[in-house]
Design a protein around this ligand. Structure first.
Ligand SMILES: Cc1cc2nc3c(=O)[nH]c(=O)nc-3n(C[C@H](O)[C@H](O)[C@H](O)COP(=O)(O)O)c2cc1C
Length: 202
């Protein structure tokens, strides 16, 4: 028998629900705005996500203007366009491929850290890996604000990179629609893999 979750977890039950158990991926959104101050509060939590050598390669572009939203939505897979059109806030999450320039500031005790990432291929792999880790924290941060996140990777990736990051210094990781849920926002909850299929001991 497994002991009750309560015996092992410190986080309050309502917070567990908000972040994990009842949190869902929204497929429709209400029009209530998501102000910059709320995004700032979300980032104030998300910034503590651990990353390799504290490199923090995630960059977030808030698509506030009608022109920027249209530029993005036209590059989504057709099935994903309605969701983003409804979302009061669309965030474009990207990896900064030049994150190493900030290492002297964010990892100051290793003065030669920047040089570890001189190879662009090594740098890109690390940027995408660590920014993706931060993306997971970002989704939790959105949930902590009582909002829903709707991540999307069904899009023209090259087209988005060309449209938003033409100098090649960033690479898109995901679009995240953010807001309160709209009408019929959830699909049926899909099954999760059981512990025994995922966790093994060696
Ligand atoms: C990185 C990522 C990319 C996703 N891309 C899409 C997408 O392109 N279109 C879509 O409708 N849902 C997309 N989803 C939503 C997932 O299908 C959804 O989060 C998953 O089925 C779990 O749903 P639940 O949180 O409601 O249980 C994406 C989710 C993630 C995390």
């Amino acid at each position: 028998m497994h002991q009750a979750v309560e015996d092992h977890l410190t986080l309050a039950a309502d917070a567990r629900d908000l972040l994990f158990r009842t949190a869902r991926t929204a497929n429709s959104f209400a029009p209530d705005p998501v102000p910059d101050e709320q995004v700032r509060a979300i980032y104030d939590l998300v910034k503590y996500a651990p990353t390799s050598m504290n490199q923090q390669p995630l960059r977030i572009v808030l698509l506030r203007s009608a022109a920027a939203r249209a530029r993005l939505i036209s590059r989504l897979a057709p099935a994903n366009r309605d969701k983003s059109t409804q979302a009061p806030l669309i965030a474009l999450l990207a990896a900064d491929l030049n994150f190493h320039e900030r290492l002297p500031e964010v990892f100051p005790h290793a003065p030669d850290a920047r040089a570890y990432y001189a190879d662009p291929a090594v740098r890109e792999r690390s940027a995408v890996f660590n920014a993706t880790l931060q993306l997971g924290y970002f989704i939790l941060g959105v949930r902590a604000a009582g909002l829903c996140a709707g991540p999307i990777v069904g899009y023209d990736e090259d087209g988005i990179n060309r449209a938003f990051f033409p100098d090649g210094s960033r690479r898109v990781l995901a679009v995240v629609n953010i807001g309160r849920p709209g009408p019929a926002p959830w699909r049926e909850r899909l099954p999760r893999l059981p512990y025994e299929d995922v966790v093994s001991s060696a």
